[in-house]
Design a protein around this ligand. Structure first.
Ligand code: SPV
Ligand code: MG
Length: 286
């Protein structure tokens, strides 16, 4: 059986259509995202941490995040965009990170300008950023560390998350793009898309912009694209759906004493086998 060959994230973006990415925490999620029609998956730090029931607070190591991303990438032909938090440390760490992710076949990473250790953007407490120049330097170092020109580095600013406003987000975006970032991710935790919209209105388009409509879920993909976004990440909807589905299923079994009532809504065991490519594997035994 042949290994699945994936397309690079740069190639997918170069097609000119805006990219939708689904946040996932494992290979099964990545495969379901590909089957649904997403053009990329987001190896979510929140999701990978949550799948281990630990906070998204720089607790897992780079190796653990990398392993999760590689497990996803091995099973899908769409590219994995790896959430690499703030680069797992200083300029040495980000260099090591790029070497390792690139060698493992990941074609796009995203690093954010939060201080290490970081915590999830929606979590209470410290959301302080590093200096603009220091993070621009980190981006430049990441770009110098890559060996293939197709490797793609998304710089993410948390200026809006930490309440510094649109002008600061723009200034940081321009500094990171000047340092070599291939795209900018601008994150917001406001209940509407207004401040991300304001960012996009003023952004001069020097690199593509990525948005993450979690707290403003009513922002339609087409409207985000019309506003200027090149990529929309649905970062945690799958994780939240999984939690709710497992909770409902397990509660029902405990309450009703059997799974009979649920069966009609459950994936079949054959469906599971299909996702595992069992037939192709068994052909190897012939
Ligand atoms: C993640 O999915 O880990 C992200 C996006 O970084 S968010 O959780 O919205 O910060
Ligand atoms: Mg994250």
């Amino acid at each position: 059986m042949q290994r699945i060959r994936n397309r690079t994230f740069r190639a997918v973006l170069a097609e000119g259509r805006a990219v939708r990415a689904a946040g996932v925490h494992d290979a099964l999620g990545a495969m379901l995202a590909e089957q649904a029609g997403f053009a990329a998956v987001w190896a979510s730090g929140l999701g990978i941490s949550a799948s281990r029931c630990v906070p998204d607070a720089s607790l897992l190591t780079m190796t653990e995040y990398l392993q999760a991303a590689v497990q996803m990438q091995r099973q899908v032909s769409i590219p994995v965009v790896a959430d690499c938090d703030s680069g797992f440390g200083n300029n040495l760490n980000i260099t090591h990170m790029v070497h390792e992710y690139e060698a493992a076949g990941i074609t796009a990473v995203c690093v954010e300008d939060k201080q290490y250790p970081k915590r999830n953007s929606f979590a209470p407490g410290n959301q302080d950023l590093v200096d603009t120049a220091a993070f621009a330097d980190k981006i430049a170092i990441a770009k110098r560390a890559q060996s293939d020109e197709d490797f793609f580095v998304i710089a993410r600013t948390e200026a809006l998350i930490s309440g510094l406003g649109v002008d600061e987000a723009l200034n940081r975006g321009y500094a990171y793009a000047a340092a070599g970032a291939d795209a900018m991710l601008v994150h917001s935790k406001q209940p509407t898309s207004a401040e991300v919209h304001a960012f996009l209105e003023q952004w001069d388009g020097r690199v593509p912009v990525v948005v993450v409509p979690t707290t403003y879920p009513d922002w339609h993909f087409d409207d985000a694209v019309k506003a200027g976004a090149s990529m929309v990440i649905y970062a945690n909807q799958g994780l939240r759906a999984t939690i709710e589905a497992l909770r409902t299923t397990f509660d029902s079994i405990i309450t009703h004493g059997s799974s009979a009532d649920l069966e009609v809504d459950l994936a079949s065991v054959n469906d599971v086998f299909e996702l595992q490519r069992l037939r192709q594997w068994l052909e190897l035994e012939r």
